[in-house]
Design a protein around this ligand. Structure first.
Ligand SMILES: Nc1nc2c(c(=O)[nH]1)N=C([C@H](O)[C@@H](O)CO)CN2
Length: 118
């Protein structure tokens, strides 16, 4: 299966389980991988047949900035659902990093892989 990906998409949002996190914005970094047949777009050199990673990045950014959750797990799941709802992808992998959560770690996070249900 071909893949289209978005690497290192950074979005500011309100996220976290602790009270002090509920009044601030923190950076999240998304690495997204989508299963999508790229051959039709390549054959006709046509963006309308492609999975437009620019549009997808914009849709994800707007959703993340506008929603507040406690857990990274919840954010990752909702973003996967959003991508399935808006784009004709076969699977989506969402790797979500919270870069500033742990002082001595470069990042912490979750990675989920979801396949479209038929
Ligand atoms: N598995 C998870 N563990 C933790 C999360 C999370 O979202 N998933 N979140 C926190 C806190 O919000 C932390 O990031 C604050 O620094 C702790 N553990």
């Amino acid at each position: 299966m071909d893949k289209v990906f978005v690497e290192g998409l950074e979005v500011l949002t309100t996220i976290g389980v602790y009270d002090w996190e509920k009044d601030i914005k923190q950076k999240l970094r998304f690495d997204l991988e989508m299963g999508f047949n790229t051959a039709p777009a390549a054959k006709e050199d046509d963006i309308n047949k492609a999975l437009d990673y620019a549009t997808l990045s914009q849709v994800v950014t707007e959703f993340v900035a506008a929603h507040q959750f406690e857990l990274l797990e919840t954010m990752a799941e909702r973003v996967a659902e959003l991508i399935f709802a808006r784009f004709a992808v076969q699977f989506v992998k969402v790797r979500l990093t919270k870069p500033n959560a742990i002082v001595n770690a470069q990042g912490v996070g979750v990675e989920i892989l979801r396949t479209r249900k038929v």
